[in-house]
Design a protein around this ligand. Structure first.
Ligand code: ZN
Length: 206
């Protein structure tokens, strides 16, 4: 198929940043859904320049310039809502991070969870706190980063039996919030809310 035959991505499918009532980015939706939220009074449009909030009536009275930053209605053009703010929502939702080797190293700060050292990566291993041979699972709450020395010392035993003590109880980290949008696709108006997270995929560990 010739690329020029493909349907162009509608402006209604472009991303809209969703802020909570405290101006914290919590989500990315698409323009089509954002417009639905504005119509129902769930969200207001944020003017990226003045940061004033526009409810549906105020937004619908604006006039956009024809082009890719506007939505065409039956009678005229409306500016695309690039940022909306939820009227009621205060919280910051969190999402459980996928269990991967890289995420585990990040959770444990690349540090042996028994002796606290940070040797080179080649000297770090993943230890099952309850050994697999005793039914220990490969999961956030049973795996920790351990240096080769501590891991060898522990062997097939529980930490206490081996005279080792965990620095903290392992548990799943929460990544808050997580936006599945490439930085290259963000409108410039988002930068003031995303700050130094620009280019980092906007995932912050806690
Ligand atoms: Zn160690």
């Amino acid at each position: 198929m010739d690329p020029s035959d493909r349907p162009r991505r509608s402006v209604l499918d472009a991303p809209t940043l969703v802020l909570n009532r405290s101006w914290v980015p919590i989500h990315v939706t698409i323009v089509r859904r954002a417009v639905g939220m504005i119509c129902r009074g769930i969200a207001s449009v944020v003017d990226p320049g003045s940061l004033s909030l526009q409810d549906f009536d105020a937004w619908a009275s604006l006039r956009g310039e024809p082009g890719r930053h506007s939505i065409r209605t039956a009678t005229r053009w409306l500016p695309v809502p690039e940022i909306v703010q939820l009227a009621q929502y205060d919280r910051v939702p969190s999402f459980e991070a996928p269990f991967t080797r890289a995420s585990l190293f990040r959770r444990d700060d690349h540090r042996c969870q028994y002796c606290g050292t940070r040797p080179p990566h080649s000297q770090l291993t993943i230890d099952h706190v309850v050994p697999r041979s005793r039914g220990g699972r490969t999961s956030w709450d049973n795996c920790v980063v351990a240096c080769v020395r501590c891991n060898a010392r522990k062997g097939d035993r529980l930490p206490g039996t081996a005279g080792l003590r965990l620095m903290r109880n392992p548990r799943a980290p929460r990544w808050t919030p997580h936006l599945h949008v490439r930085a290259a696709d963000w409108p410039g108006s988002w930068n003031q809310f995303l700050g130094d997270r620009h280019g980092q995929g906007f995932a912050t560990g806690t």
